[in-house]
Design a protein around this ligand. Structure first.
Ligand code: MN
Length: 256
């Protein structure tokens, strides 16, 4: 009896909805606007504390858009918790000092390494901006333009380059980053750094302008890959935006 009632009720509702829908205009979303609101939340809602100089730059994709290579939950925690934490702590560390007016690159290159609060958080802020910016769900493949030629010249081929940067990232013991940089002599080089250090800092083994940053902290991959860093490193090559990396290459070369 109850079942019959529900079915009848749904039937009536369905019919009346159908009738109303004939009159409702359906707005078709503009495909040029990225859909960033998902079950995981919207990156655009993540803001630094009031008065903070360095802002959250947002993401050009939804948290879950990089799946299956990086899952939505990892991206949400990484951006809205870890990255936000670095940004807020950086802003706190520079508040009221003359660093408030300096670009992040200058803060990093003139860093007092003993100032660990600034070192960790200015590094974390810069490194993550570069990392998130270099990813794109509609990416992967191989570089083109001047970067393609430079990679062939330095590493022999793209495959060799991928093998070498994967080695560098795999061999970074503990938390840190793998980098593709342009040295001050205009050559491509690979290096890794610990924690949130980077190749702009005074202590960098290989100094240069970073054009690609690969995060090898466990927080970047643990939910999906657990201890299998190598699998994460293979996967990430499907979502590296080589147009972004190439643009950074050409800009850095033009400034030498
Ligand atoms: Mn990270």
């Amino acid at each position: 009896m109850k079942k019959v009632f529900i079915l009848t009720f749904l039937g009536v509702t369905f019919l009346s909805c159908k009738k109303e829908n004939d009159l409702v205009e359906v707005k078709i979303p503009d495909p040029e606007v990225p859909v960033t609101q998902t079950a995981f939340g919207n990156p655009a809602d993540v803001k630094v504390n009031e008065g903070g100089i360095f802002k959250m730059k947002g993401l050009k994709y939804a948290y879950d858009a990089l799946a299956p290579f990086i899952d939505g939950k990892t991206m949400e925690i990484h951006y809205s918790k870890h990255h936000l934490g670095y940004a807020n702590k950086l802003n706190k560390a520079i508040a009221g000092t003359d660093l408030e007016t300096k670009p992040i690159e200058e803060i990093l290159s003139k860093l007092d390494l003993k100032n660990s609060e600034l070192r960790n958080n200015a590094g974390g802020y810069y490194n993550h901006n570069l990392f998130f910016e270099s990813l794109n769900p509609k990416a992967g493949g191989t570089p083109s333009g001047e970067l393609e030629q430079a990679i062939d010249l330095e590493f022999g081929s793209f495959d060799e380059f991928q093998k070498k940067i994967t080695e560098v990232a795999t061999n970074q013991f503990g938390s840190g980053w793998a980098w593709l940089v342009i040295t001050n002599e205009g050559k491509l080089a690979l290096t890794s750094t610990s924690n949130q250090d980077n190749p702009l800092m005074p202590n960098a083994e290989i100094k240069g302008t970073p054009i690609l940053a690969i995060d090898v902290w466990e927080h970047a991959y643990y939910l999906n890959y657990q201890n299998k860093r190598a699998d994460y490193l293979t996967a990430i090559f499907n979502i590296i935006d080589w147009n972004v990396v190439n643009a950074k290459y050409e800009l850095a070369i033009s400034k030498l």
